[in-house]
Design a protein around this ligand. Sequence first.
Ligand code: COA
Length: 400
Amino acid sequence: MTAQRYAQVAGWGMCVPERVLTNHDLEKVVDTNDEWIVSRTGIRERHVVANERETTSTMATRAARAALMVADLAPNQIDLVIVATVTPDHSFPSTASLVQDALGAAKAGAFDLSAGCSGFIYGLVLASGYISGGYAEHVLVIGAETLSRIVDWTDRNTCVLFGDGAGAVVLSAADRPCGVVSSVLGSDGSGGELLIMPAGGSRCPTSHETVSNGDHFVKMNGSEVFRFATQIVPKATEQVVQKAGWQLGDISLLIPHQANSRIIASAAKRLAIPAERLFVNVDRYGNTSSASIPIALCEAIAAGRVKAGDKLVMVGFGAGLTWAAAAVEWGRPVPTKPQPWLRRTLASLRFAWAAFRSPGLRLARHGYDLTLGPEGREDWRGQLRKRVDAWRRKHQKPGA
Ligand code: COA
């Protein structure tokens, strides 16, 4: 009989852009004020990218490097990279593939996951099942967003709500019960138009008209989404707790999606979760969509609010409409000190190597045809290419 496998959180990391946009800064951009934003949302400031060099993949990569450092893993030990995002660098290739390349995770599969702000939990649950099924040892799950690039900075209804950032966890196989104990994943596509970016997909491809209509920006029916969120957060939490065989009183820390402090307060009240068992940081980051829960998790760990044996519930909701909750039993003690300098140096060298590896692979791809010519030539270059191709087929791994 095969032994039962579990998936524990072995590493975590986050990255937010340095640039901070306060409510007072926004007062200069749209007709709003700090008092309105704080009283309706709890948000005081958010981080936003400062230039085109900062993207979803660059933030995701930095968060993932931090997570690998905590897990003390080399990038080539990762079997799968999942990036949950609604703001990928491109429609394709996936942001996960860009992150896999930037990390030098040469043996990993990679794909993006689109489930709105619930995406990180979807990824966590998927990764956990993949590990317990015996298909992987280590999976990177990342939530990353550059929402500042898809909000309409003239629309006060939406632009004050969102921020940029990334959070990552490494899930690793474990042989004793821990990690994701139960999960709830849900969707109600009939509410799709309540939170949507209408243009840029196959239904409504980008055109002069879509751009002039602003259809490439986030559109939201705030009050409907609010109503949905205040119902679904407590409901999904109750369901996931029941599936785990826990009581609400067993929850050590509830980490809800950080969209609005009123939604969080309403859910906490209904669930009778006191402030000391609730994590809130929406005031400093705004709604970072799929990045909000892993960022909150990282901050909760840094604040000493997570320890081995704790029972955590993470719960999210968002575009789709979707919702997701995971009950997680924390397996590992949280390290109190950073990794020794030798390990940190080694890890930095590996990341530096990845930075060379990627352009090296690109150069090799271009240089190959340039030096040996196309397939099928009859001269000495063609003969040489035939031999090299045969050698590569025999010895090389894909992507190497
Ligand atoms: N500053 C000042 N006034 C604003 C404003 C802003 N940034 N944004 C909207 N308003 C105005 C509106 O124009 C409207 O004015 P009107 O009544 O004269 O037309 C009024 O405020 C709306 O007020 P109200 O409907 O009471 O707001 P609210 O309490 O519902 O709060 C949201 C609005 C958007 C904060 C709230 O609905 C919400 O958080 N919804 C959920 C959003 C969410 O979580 N989305 C992400 C899901 S993952």
